[in-house]
Design a protein around this ligand. Sequence first.
Ligand code: ADE
Length: 252
Amino acid sequence: MVVDILTLSPGYFASPLQEGLIGRGIRQGAIRVRIFHLRDFTSDRHRTVDDRPYGGGAGMVLKPEPIARALKFLGQALPGPPHVVLLTPRGRPLDQMRVRELSARPRLTLICGRYEGVDERIGAAYCHDQLSIGDYVLSGGEPAALVVLDAVVRLLPQVLGSPESQVEESYEDGLLEYPHYTRPRVFEGQGVPEVLLSGDHERVRRWRRRQALARTWEIRPGLIREESLAPDDLKIIREIQKCGLSDPHRGV
Ligand code: ADE
């Protein structure tokens, strides 16, 4: 997979591309990441990338020409058209389903917005999608691009030795994950739920499912679509609705 990132802060990506799973994916050749400075695609002496908004108001807007020029250049540089995504707080929310879709693309181009935003005509004419990583405003799209990259890399099948991409996890089945424990058995007075020490795999499985459903119900009820729940899960939800269940030490 080739990911191209268009940014006004190319240095921002230096260390994240060497670290962790992204670094490993790059070293393994599962992913190639290229960083392009938008100023390199300007045509004036001052390398201008922004301008005042039509209609007035505070802040500056990213000009369309440097971005369009960069995208045209990238489109020709490698075979196959890239999937072009603009990162903006006005975009559709990024979720695990969209990450999965993105990770299946051979080429991805991420445009990092800045200032008050990017000229609307870039989104309209050049972008296949506009994504937001959450309901808050960052100073630029760079952290969001790294979030997308990290989430995508860990799903690439070639990124070997990545337990994250194999285990069952939060959001892959639409639920928040059950709680985890490791040694010591008692930490600052808190024990480990008895069921996890029982060696009874079926009880553990049921407890984990119940905890995942209870957590999701308590913290992110909007993630639960009752019509698509299996009958066993629906039964658990009904019980949680009646009695509540957030204590991991109860309810197997
Ligand atoms: N740029 C600024 N804020 C952002 C956000 N929440 N998501 C994506 N890009 C952004």
